[in-house]
Ligand binder design. Structure first.
Ligand code: AMP
Ligand code: GLY
Length: 301
């Protein structure tokens, strides 16, 4: 049956999603809200000015315009107190994306580290803090992270104790990332190649996408600070090994979906595991509850 689909978001990720959805014979039209210049008018795709902040208006718009599916791109509307997926689902509008509870895996690094610890999911050793605290016993490189959402920029890879202490002060005292830095996670530095392993999940099964890699750090030779990702390629040659992929599927993706379900939070939507391939095996750097930007672009082509 031909359907109208509404994609929420406005970066390259949502353009790629709209482009792919428009190729389906089941899809009659794709609306993107707010969209961008690329999605303004392109075959079956056009932008919509519908309000994304008032979810009752949005739900009514979907009903009035026969929108059969809403696909949510970015993390903020998923993790918000008023989660778009929770509200639209309650209003009877089919929605693809995670619930607010499930989105905690991305919205709180402190939650996700404790979750991984509870379920034996491989990750870097860590500690999390609420009041600012610095330790004089630290003598090696550390990674300092604002626990909340910071558009991929709230992570400082510190080379020594001074830099780590400065990062804690920048985040907690000077509020470099606002309220996202009210809690800080400090973890051991992992070394290796980084890959993005994503899957679809209905809360029980997982359907992995091909692994991707994005370009994270500014400047030649990865010498600059982290960005949210400046380009990506997929599939990545770093994971040619089917056995390793199977290990990631079982020890990270499945374990996470099973663990969330056991804790009463069914995980539906896209689960994105950012991994470091260390010489002790793959370890989780973080989780996202959505498609990657820019990884979605090569993955969907
Ligand atoms: P996150 O938002 O936690 O994924 O961190 C953003 C980026 O910081 C990651 O993509 C890595 O490049 C880097 N990073 C995060 N945690 C670590 C770690 N424990 N060791 C090394 N690099 C890390
Ligand atoms: N490319 C990293 C992210 O989507 O979070």
């Amino acid at each position: 049956m031909a359907e109208r689909v509404l994609v929420v978001g406005g970066v390259g990720r949502e353009h790629a999603l709209a482009w792919k959805l428009a190729q389906s014979p089941q899809v009659q039209q794709v609306l993107v809200a707010p969209g961008n210049a690329g999605t303004a008018s392109c075959g079956k795709i056009s932008n919509s000015e519908v309000s994304l902040s008032n979810h009752s208006i949005l739900a009514q718009f979907c009903k009035d315009h026969h929108v059969g599916l809403v696909v949510v791109g970015p993390e903020v509307p998923l993790a918000a107190d008023e989660c778009i997926v929770d509200d639209l689902t309650a209003a009877g509008v089919p929605c693809f994306g995670s619930s607010a509870k499930a989105a905690q895996l991305e919205a709180s690094k402190s939650f996700s580290k404790a979750f991984m610890e509870r379920h034996g999911i491989p990750t870097a050793r860590y500690a999390s803090f609420r009041p600012a605290a610095t330790s004089s016993t630290v003598d090696k490189a550390l990674v300092v992270k604002a626990s909340g959402l910071a558009a991929g920029k709230g992570v400082i890879v510190a080379r020594d104790q001074d830099e780590a202490c400065r990062a804690v002060m920048d985040i907690m005292k000077d509020r470099a990332f606002g309220s996202a830095g009210e809690e800080v996670v400090v973890e051991e530095l992992l070394e290796g190649e980084e890959v993005s392993c994503l899957c679809f999940s209905d809360g029980h099964s997982v359907a992995p996408m091909p692994p991707a890699q994005d370009h994270k750090r500014l400047q030649d030779g990865d010498q600059g600070p982290n960005t949210g990702g400046m380009g990506a390629y997929c599939p990545t040659p770093q994971l040619p090994d089917q056995e390793l992929l199977q290990q990631i599927r079982e020890s990270v993706l499945h374990k996470t979906v099973d663990g969330m379900r056991e804790e009463g939070t069914s995980y539906g939507g896209v689960l994105y595991a950012g991994l470091m391939l260390t010489n002790q095996g793959p370890k989780v750097l973080d989780f996202n509850c959505r498609f990657g930007d820019p990884e979605c672009q090569p993955t969907s082509s």
